[in-house]
Design a protein around this ligand. Structure first.
Ligand code: AMP
Length: 424
């Protein structure tokens, strides 16, 4: 199938071609024609499946026809759980809408100065991309009028519910016209999502493309048992010096750990930076921009980055700490292998993490093969009782690096009693 058969206007097709897309992804092929026919959609699709274009292409098509009502309120509203995802959706709008004149896209997210947002809103909006909390603030101050709204998109609805936005969503939706078209995208279709959908969608077309649990076939997953933090650091150093490593996201479980690790990596000569929820929006944007431009090679992040970061150069995702939820594992590793590329996802697993591994493996229905780096093997007790139903590793692979061991010796990490990482 090619894009020409989907029923999209010529300027949109030209923008798609300019983006280098030759054929629609599965979710686009199924969702776009139904959306163009005006149907409500309830879509479960895997992260990285091309879902943004699946709703944004029909949204842009809608804007090629003038609205019957005058006014400067948005015609399309996309709600996202995080600022990063809002920014990504806004960028996608610019990519796909580049040949359409006079389309104004505004992003309203927390952390952005109110005066800037107020000014943008006064100037008029066609597509509003927002996180629910800040949008509701702006609505309550009378700065957003949703009476002209034609299309509402709930992107990553499961995450919005997880983040406690349920009431905000209801309040926002209650201010939109009943005549609107609604599209809900979610990685999972758990009961809470189905309830949300039945309250907000009218006779939706259900589309399911690759369940959340579907394997990321283009992502090679590996597991390294790690004795302690010092061992994790030596493994990390090894992975980051691998010739295959282009850019990496390293996930930690706390903001403090992300800052400390980024700092340590910087001192060790890596171009590294941190990203987490305590940073100012301007700092977060600068860091992401630097990642996208390739200036930053290693991003150390908390789960704030597990969704919404779409950088095609990310060759490796490293779970320095495992996520608390199996679902977050899927989102994290989905940061690599973008747009059909190959990716590598590596998890460092300590003694106490075995149950988490078991939960992840059940959730994805995929075992994570155990890897061993010669010279960096775990102490026997770490590897002797891996967390698998079969109670033994599915496979053990040995990875050597052209750099080892000489370079490793130059940057051995050690772990101080205070928990701060330093380089020996
Ligand atoms: P998404 O799931 O919307 O975050 O998209 C994941 C990645 O796929 C992004 O880098 C998009 O630019 C890319 N993408 C979306 N649609 C296509 C397509 N039809 N062909 C190739 N790449 C695509």
């Amino acid at each position: 199938m090619n894009f020409d058969s989907l029923g999209l206007a010529a300027p949109i097709l030209e923008a798609i071609a300019a983006a280098g897309y030759t054929e629609p992804t599965a979710v686009q092929a199924q969702a776009v024609p139904e959306a163009l026919a005006g149907r409500d959609l309830m879509v479960s699709s895997q992260t990285g499946s091309g879902k943004t274009a699946a709703f944004m292409l029909p949204a842009l098509q809608l804007l090629t026809v003038p609205h019957a009502l005058a006014g400067n309120g948005p015609r399309v509203l996309v709600l996202t759980p995080t600022r990063e995802l809002s920014m990504q959706v806004t960028r996608a709008t610019e990519t796909y809408g580049r040949n359409l004149r006079r389309i104004k896209t505004v992003s309203i997210v927390g952390g952005m100065p109110y005066p800037v947002q107020n000014k943008l809103l006064r100037m008029g909006v066609d597509i509003l991309v927002a996180t629910p909390g800040r949008l509701l603030d702006q609505m309550n101050s009378g700065r957003v009028d949703l009476s002209r709204l034609q299309l509402l998109v709930l992107d990553e609805a499961d995450r919005m519910l997880d983040m406690g936005f349920s009431e905000d969503l209801e309040a926002i939706v209650s201010k939109t016209p009943a005549s609107r078209q609604t599209m809900l995208f979610s990685a999972t279709m758990e009961p809470a999502i189905v309830r949300l959908a039945s309250a907000m969608l009218k006779d939706p077309v259900r589309i399911s493309v690759d369940s959340q649990q579907a394997p990321h076939l283009n992502i090679e997953q590996r597991l390294h048992f790690a004795d302690d933090m010092g061992h994790k650091n030596r493994l990390l150093d090894h992975v980051l010096r691998d010739a295959e490593m282009k850019q990496a996201i390293v996930f930690t479980s706390t903001k403090r750990a992300a800052d400390d690790l980024a700092q340590s990596l910087l001192q060790s000569g890596f171009s590294a930076g941190a990203l987490h929820g305590d940073m100012k929006q301007s700092q977060r944007s600068r860091t992401l921009q630097s990642l996208r431009s390739g200036g930053l090679r290693v991003l150390v992040a908390t789960d704030v980055a597990a969704r919404g970061i779409d950088v095609q150069g990310i060759s490796h995702v490293i779970n320095y700490d495992l996520p608390r939820q199996a679902e977050d594992y899927v989102h994290r590793i989905g940061r690599t292998g973008r747009a059909g590329r190959q990716g590598i996802a590596i998890s460092f697993v300590g003694l106490r993490d075995r149950n988490v591994v078991r939960t992840i493996e059940r959730f994805t229905a995929q075992p994570i093969p155990v890897s061993v780096v010669p010279g960096l093997e775990p102490r026997p007790r770490s590897a002797s009782a891996p967390a698998r139903p079969s109670d033994r590793p599915t496979s053990v692979r040995r990875h050597s690096s052209p750099d080892a061991p000489g370079r490793l010796r130059g940057s051995v990490f050690s772990n101080t009693a205070s928990g701060v990482i330093v380089f020996a």
